[in-house]
Design a protein around this ligand. Structure first.
Ligand code: AKB
Length: 313
């Protein structure tokens, strides 16, 4: 039986990933590790929760030894908007934190590590439509810089030490359980909460800003499927392009309006507009489809329906 550590285990993706992995491998075999956020009762009541700081190697090593961990999903990260406001923190968590995880994985002979990359690895010079797997990686955000460096670092550990590190370039993730923490795509979650509670939302991106997106059930399934894929089939490792849909802020608002006719959305772009404009509009994820059978289930209509139903419940 696997013994799994999920760093960032109380965050947007981490908290739902922990629950999926606990269902699959047993509650006691999946440790949720968080830094600051208060863990939910669901997390606390379904298995071990530990507090670690990924930039402090000792705190990670203690948990690895205590639970005899053999697999790490390293979800702890500083996202794009917070990263621009606090670049030093972003570098420290995303680079030094990742390096601690990779070093520990190598020294303790772990089976596998998951690394969350992002569409932020791309930049204004990258083809914006159907962005290829292999293309120009010249991001203009600190977050993007740490993600490109992270991909390269993971690749180096794979080639040099045979460490099985796998990763996905996540698009914006829409979810109902835990709010995202400081990204550029966060509007696509906040808009649902405001639509239900206030019937009004002020969006920090322009109406016609299109970004690649994915609903959480697809995101979790993709993450677990990649981690369970046969290594010999993988030509890529830590940098898979992945997508489910692309839409503009205006399209999302109009889809929500179909369910909440009184809902209005106004657009007041801030510094995040420039970040969004440096990212692709749509993604070519054929490598993920070919190498580990990726196929998304949720489109915009299904996502909006399911999000509203869950949030109202
Ligand atoms: C962000 O907006 O920073 C993240 C991402 C796309 O990696 N959601």
């Amino acid at each position: 039986m696997r013994k799994i550590l999920v760093t960032g285990g109380c965050g947007q993706i981490g908290s739902e990933l922990v629950m999926e992995l606990r269902g699959k491998y047993g509650g006691n075999n999946v440790v949720a590790a968080g830094y600051k956020r208060n863990p939910s009762k669901t997390l606390l009541n379904s298995g071990p929760v530990e507090f670690i700081d990924v930039t402090n190697r000792r705190t990670v090593e203690d948990v690895i030894r205590k639970y005899e961990i053999d697999t790490i999903y390293h979800m702890a990260a500083i996202l794009s908007a917070v990263g621009e406001k606090n670049p030093e923190l972003c570098w420290n968590v995303n680079i030094n934190g990742l390096r601690n995880i990779l070093e520990i994985a190598r020294e303790y002979d772990l089976i596998r590590v998951f690394f969350p990359s992002s569409i932020a690895v791309f930049g204004p010079g990258t083809p914006q439509y159907n962005t290829p797997q292999e293309t120009i990686l010249r991001p203009t955000t600190m977050y993007g810089i740490t993600k490109v460096s992270g991909e390269l670092l993971c690749e180096w550990y794979f080639k040099r030490f045979g460490l099985d590190v796998r990763g996905i370039r996540y698009p914006g993730i829409i979810s109902s359980e835990t709010p995202p923490g400081g990204g550029t795509t966060d509007y696509a979650v906040a808009i649902f909460h405001e639509a239900i509670q206030q019937k009004r939302y002020t969006c920090f991106l322009k109406e016609d800003t299109v970004l690649p997106m994915m609903y959480m059930p697809d995101c979790i399934r993709a993450t677990v499927e990649l981690m369970e894929a046969d290594l010999v089939r993988l030509k890529h490792h830590s940098n898979f392009n992945l997508t489910a849909m692309s839409f503009s802020a205006g399209q999302l608002a109009r889809e929500i309006k179909k369910h909440i006719p009184e809902f209005t959305c106004v657009y007041k772009p801030d510094f995040r507009q420039e970040i969004a404009e440096s990212w692709p509009r749509s993604i070519d994820d054929s490598a993920a489809r070919e190498e580990w059978g990726w196929s998304p289930k949720y489109d915009l209509r299904m996502t909006v329906e399911d999000m509203l139903e869950r949030l109202r419940r």
